[in-house]
Design a protein around this ligand. Structure first.
Ligand SMILES: [Zn+2]
Length: 294
């Protein structure tokens, strides 16, 4: 074989081998991209494909704030982020990077709490939503894990739908909004046991990362209903009114001495797993419902 043909063969063989491996890597990369539920782990071509496939994007929002003497400050965002990831995997949808900061002036009396002003927070979330909508994502979910954001997520959703300038449907809700019946069916505490740093949040954290939960410090702080309409528990259905108050007085955000509202002492890892599963199922149903809409 003449030398140049031999060299060409080697070159050609190497070229084919390199090209084949590049093609394989590209396919592997694409596969990797689409196999993750996290938008932040994808490449832009993966995102383009996800837009064409009309995936729903979930933005988990929460707060960094006191959660009683037993739970970590990031309880709200970790709960909503983990629920979002599990529901997204179940329905082949996506999760945007979570927002760790929320509106929580009522807990500023406790060290570590960080609160964002209402207008700043709504504008920030609106701009995330607008960015996603302008790229072509037509279905967005703001999944909330913190009570203090409840009103603001509705305003942000309305703002995104109205200001993005493109066709876009936005659903905003807290994970407990869609799971009252399912959670109430398996809870151990009486009404008043679920509010903040309570049976629900503590059980979810025990399920997700029990190494960070200091159960020996958990204290019960169950309020008594002072009037017929007063909302006592986050899992109560409609017909009740949340009475805000600052500086105690037994209102919705009266944290007692330790920053707990409800009964975390009955929380267990087993109920946390059950709560997590029923909540994920309900959130997944919302995602499927949203996917079906035109
Ligand atoms: Zn919380």
């Amino acid at each position: 074989m003449p030398n140049f043909i031999y060299r060409f063969r080697i070159f050609y063989t190497n070229f084919v081998a390199v090209h084949a491996s590049k093609t394989l890597m590209m396919h592997a990369g694409q596969f990797c991209g689409m196999s993750t539920a996290l938008l932040s782990e994808m490449t832009w071509p993966d995102v383009k494909e996800a837009i064409e496939q009309k995936r729903v994007v979930i933005l988990p929002v929460g707060s960094t704030e006191q959660h009683g003497p037993q739970l970590p400050l990031d309880t709200d965002i970790v709960n909503s982020f983990e629920i979002a990831k599990a529901a997204a995997r179940k329905t082949s949808n996506l999760v945007a990077p979570p927002l760790y900061y929320g509106i929580t002036p009522h807990w500023m009396g406790f060290p570590g709490t960080m609160s964002i002003e209402y207008d700043t927070w709504i504008r920030f979330v609106t701009q995330i939503g607008n960015s996603l909508a302008k790229h072509g994502f037509e279905k967005l979910v703001i999944l909330n894990g913190h009570g203090g954001n409840s009103a603001a997520i509705q305003l942000a959703a309305q703002n995104i739908a109205e200001s993005s300038g493109v066709k876009c449907t936005v659903a905003a809700f807290s994970y407990w909004d869609v799971s009252h019946a399912q959670v109430n069916a398996v809870r151990r505490s009486a009404p008043g046991g679920m509010g903040h740093s309570c049976e629900l949040e503590t059980s979810l954290q025990l399920h997700l990362r029990d190494n960070l939960v200091k159960m020996d410090r958990a204290v019960k702080n169950v309020r008594t209903r002072q009037s017929e309409f007063e909302q006592l528990d986050m899992m109560e259905d409609g017909g009740h009114v949340l009475f805000y108050s600052v500086g105690g007085g037994g209102g919705a955000y009266d944290p007692g001495e330790w920053g707990t509202i409800g009964d975390p002492t009955v929380a267990t890892r087993e109920s946390g797993a059950t709560f997590f599963d029923v909540i994920v199922d309900q959130v997944a149903r919302v995602l499927e419902d949203l996917s079906r809409r035109r």
